[in-house]
Design a protein around this ligand. Sequence first.
Ligand code: AQP
Length: 327
Amino acid sequence: MKRVFSGVQPTSQIHIGNYIGAIKRFVELQNDMDCFFCIVDLHSVTVPQNPKELYKNSLQLAALYMAVGLDPSKVTLFIQSHVPAHSELAWLLQCNSYMGELNRMTQFKEKSLGKDTVTTGLYTYPVLMAADILLYDTHFVPVGNDQKQHLELCRDISIRFNKKYGETFIVPEPLISKFGARIMSLDDATNKMSKSNENKHSKINLLDSPSKIKKSIMKAVTDSESEVRFDVENKPGVSNLMTIYNILGDLPLEDIENKYEGLGYGAFKKDLVEIVVSGLEPIQSKYEEILASGEVEKVLKEGADRAREVSNEVLNSVKKKMGFVIL
Ligand code: AQP
């Protein structure tokens, strides 16, 4: 069975960009692949975190993973910091990566823009991500479009290591959807929907109430026309809303265009509210059930046990190849 690895940071609330671009795909892959899905808490501390919030968000994300349909009897769900091999391999890979290649990472440039100081962790974060992936002999990595460059770096690091020390890592392939891999912000369709955007109406979180969802969609930027038409270049706001409609409402773009011909944005947005609210409702009630059941910690403990077992094998083979003494 082919291996899949991916992770989500337990920072703030999970939004429909994270869901459509990544988590929804995790669910689709779980029946056909050996999947490892991680709560990447070590990544989240590359920028300041409130410790109480980080703790709460990590457990909430585990419950959300299960609420969207990930089945712990089929997939390995775990918290990154429970598996020390991630940090250890990250160090070994840092010693096989170059500042020149990290300097090119656009996410680092964006996240450090205008800051007086940034952590070295933020700078070396893509190498930790490479370690996460390579530790599990991963074949496929389902991610949103914003992670494409980091995946390319991961591939470069693995190819270089294999050349230098002999075949060690499987070179992973990104799984980036042709459609929905970059859900845009509702307040500015030229930027991706992002957890760190301080405007709460820029995004729809999976746990948002129906009234909040309604407000965010009704406020979403469109354009001065009234035609519901998919045209990313000229109508980015409407096209973004149509993408969400298409994926959550399961209606082809052409059918959406026909359905709202002559009706304007009001009717389109009103129906989109219904689609999003009814799409998220089962996730929200399952989420509450899972939190109340107290099973989250048990699932995470079992997941970490399996993740440690698999990753230690890879880590030891790397250390052997590099000349470390293993007793
Ligand atoms: N807008 C998006 N559209 C599609 N996919 C997205 N992803 C993130 N934003 C979008 C994908 O979600 C997965 C988990 O993301 P993450 O939590 O690891 O990191 P992130 O990219 O930092 O998420 P945010 O929301 O953008 O947070 P900030 O504001 O901190 O930058 C990844 O597969 C990601 O591609």
